[in-house]
Design a protein around this ligand. Structure first.
Ligand SMILES: Cc1ncc(COP(=O)(O)O)c(C=O)c1O
Length: 451
């Protein structure tokens, strides 16, 4: 007899034996279940639902496009929404990132960006430049090249033989850094100079690209690098002839209170990747932005990026992205995200009163709460206790969706709770979010300590 039970369904669920609540609609920052239950979406699903739920306007734009022309192949035709979305994004992104390649998922876009970097070097006569440098902890997606660039040790158990070697340097993660988070300390991980030492070690002439998230994603619980970090990275990449790919799949499209998370840093990458919130979750849409300088040798050489996918440059997905980006602009939602983000972070400081909250950080409507067994030593709970997952379940039962993450501390321990409410969230909903989260963390930690 199997020791498990499947839910009564033919769906192959992401968690095989879990009973998933049936969601039938959404309104703003709320999800509504078939049985009338309501959940405050404190995570935008997975950092996706930036515009809020239940907007007819985005669905109508998609329906109108599908009725006109649903699909053409990107090798033969272009379409109005693809042209218009590329123009909108080119205007929002820093110069010279004004050429856009559209795909569906963040993983696909990361794969395409890495291939673009590699192809650039092959077509400029430098085929020896193939190595990739990435941060740890970091996450860049689940297809095999993107997963190779991700520092997710538990995936290595299953896919080790299929993954390519990616060089890793410590992420700017002050809370767990040897420098203790002192912003004035000379610290290669936190000030960006660690990249140069890594390039010396590997040999910069072998390195194609450095890929990193401008503000930490879920794997560092949204650690924010020092103000000079990305300018230092830019200088090193220029000096050593390495392309810099900024993965803004999670932190871009306004989530940190600026359209690009890099804006406050005054540094421009060679390639910028977007996904998740770019369509507010109304369609699976991602994009790779690059400059003409990068594309010129390929245009002169082979003539095409070798990352052909049937659904690239999809008119209906682009229509969703166009409607989403225009709505963000029309309603000033990125600015709203910045202002309400400040309020969220003010309110979250109250969590520091809880004995197992070690740190609260982030930017805009993006926040991470790090849970620890000992606040003095920052020692995490053992992973086997699954505290982050317990808090997420407890919060869900209390009507709040949060995103759990784990394994960011030494030895694969560590518990994080991540927050990313829609930009339309109201102040009183932020109060409720913090109240429900505090209750969930408090109850779980008490249970853990008691038993
Ligand atoms: C920073 C980052 N890059 C890439 C991805 C992969 O995106 P997707 O899950 O849409 O393939 C994610 C997903 O969480 C992400 O957070």
């Amino acid at each position: 007899m199997p020791a498990h039970r499947y839910p009564e369904s033919h769906v192959f669920y992401r968690k095989l034996t879990r009973d998933f609540p049936l969601v039938v609609r959404g309104e703003g920052a709320w999800l509504v279940g078939a049985d009338g239950r309501r959940w405050l979406d404190g995570a935008g699903g997975a950092f996706v639902a930036n515009l809020g739920h239940g907007l007819r306007e985005i669905g109508e734009a998609m329906a109108e496009q599908a009725a006109r022309i649903a699909y053409v192949n990107g090798t033969a035709f272009t379409s109005e929404p693809v042209e218009a979305l590329a123009a909108e994004l080119a205007a929002l992104l820093p110069a010279p990132l004004d050429k856009l390649y559209f795909l569906s998922s963040g993983s696909e876009a990361v794969e395409a960006a890495l291939k673009l970097a590699r192809q650039y070097w092959v077509e400029t006569g430098r085929p020896e430049k193939h190595a990739v440098v990435a941060l740890t902890p970091a996450y860049h997606g689940n297809t095999l090249l993107a997963l190779s660039a991700s520092a997710r040790e538990h995936y290595q158990t299953y896919w080790r033989e299929w993954l390519v070697d990616v060089h890793r340097i410590p992420a700017p993660y002050p809370y767990r850094c040897a420098c203790g988070g002192d912003p004035s300390a000379a610290c290669p991980a936190c000030d960006g100079t660690g990249l140069e030492a890594a390039l010396d070690r590997i040999g910069a002439d072998r390195v194609a690209a450095f890929i990193a998230e401008p503000v930490g994603g879920s794997s560092t619980g949204h650690s924010v690098p020092r103000p000079g970090y990305w300018r230092t990275v830019r200088e090193i990449c220029d000096r050593r002839g390495v392309l810099w790919i900024a993965d803004e799949v999670l932190v871009g499209a306004g989530r940190t209170g600026t359209w690009s998370a890099l804006e406050p840093y005054g540094a421009v990458p060679d390639v910028l990747v977007m996904g998740k919130g770019i369509s507010g979750g109304y369609a699976p849409l991602s994009a790779v932005a690059a400059s003409r300088r990068l594309l010129d040798p390929i245009a002169r050489g082979s003539g095409a990026l070798l990352h052909a996918q049937t659904f690239s440059h999809h008119p209906v997905l682009a229509a969703a992205g166009l409607a989403a980006v225009r709505r963000l602009r029309r309603h000033g939602l990125v600015e709203r995200c910045r202002v309400l983000g400040g309020r969220l972070h003010e309110r979250l400081q109250a969590l520091r009163e809880l004995p197992c909250v070690g740190d609260v950080r982030g930017r805009g409507l993006l926040a991470g709460v790090e849970l620890v067994a000992d606040r003095g030593t920052r020692a995490p709970f053992p992973r086997a206790r699954k505290l982050a997952e317990a808090v997420a379940d407890e919060a869900l039962a209390a009507g709040l969706v949060v995103w759990p993450n784990a394994g960011q501390a030494a030895g694969g321990d560590g518990d994080l709770v991540c927050l990313a409410p829609p930009f339309v969230v109201r102040e009183e909903e932020l109060d409720l979010l913090v109240e429900r989260l505090a209750g969930a963390i408090g109850r779980c930690c008490e249970r853990l300590r008691a038993g």
